[in-house]
Design a protein around this ligand. Structure first.
Ligand SMILES: [Zn+2]
Length: 103
C-alpha cells in the first residue's frame, strides 16, 4: 500500500497555482474534497466559490512534488461518486439499445 502525505497539508502548502480556469479565482483549500485515494495520488473534486463551476481530477504525490490534473465538469460531487461505481457499457449494451430504439 502506498503511503501518501496528508492531502490536506499537501493542498494547503502552496495553492497559488490552484485557480478556477473559468473566472481565475483562487480556490480556497477547504473546498477540495478527496473522493478516493489511488496509487500515488487521489481523485479530487472542487467547486469554485465564485462562479460555481466544478473541476474533477487527480492529484499526484511524488518525490518531485505535488501536481494536479483536472477538467471542468457539470457533475456535482455526488454524481462523480455515483458514476465512478458504474460498470462500463459493452458493445452488447449498445446493440441492445439500438434494437430497442428501432422498434
Ligand atoms: Zn470560478
Amino acid at each position: 500500500m502506498t503511503t501518501l502525505p496528508s492531502h490536506d497539508s499537501a493542498l494547503s502548502k502552496d495553492h497559488s497555482f490552484l485557480h478556477c480556469p473559468v473566472c481565475q479565482t483562487a480556490y480556497l483549500p477547504d473546498l477540495f474534497t478527496i473522493l478516493s485515494i489511488t496509487d500515488g495520488g487521489a481523485l479530487y473534486f472542487v467547486q469554485c466559490q465564485q462562479c460555481q463551476h466544478s473541476m474533477q481530477g487527480t492529484v499526484v504525490f511524488s518525490e518531485d512534488g505535488t501536481s494536479l490534473v483536472g477538467m471542468l465538469t457539470d457533475f456535482l460531487e455526488d454524481d462523480i461518486i455515483n458514476f465512478r461505481d458504474l460498470t462500463p457499457l459493452s458493445s452488447d449494451d449498445v446493440l441492445s439499445f439500438y434494437e430497442l430504439w428501432q422498434q
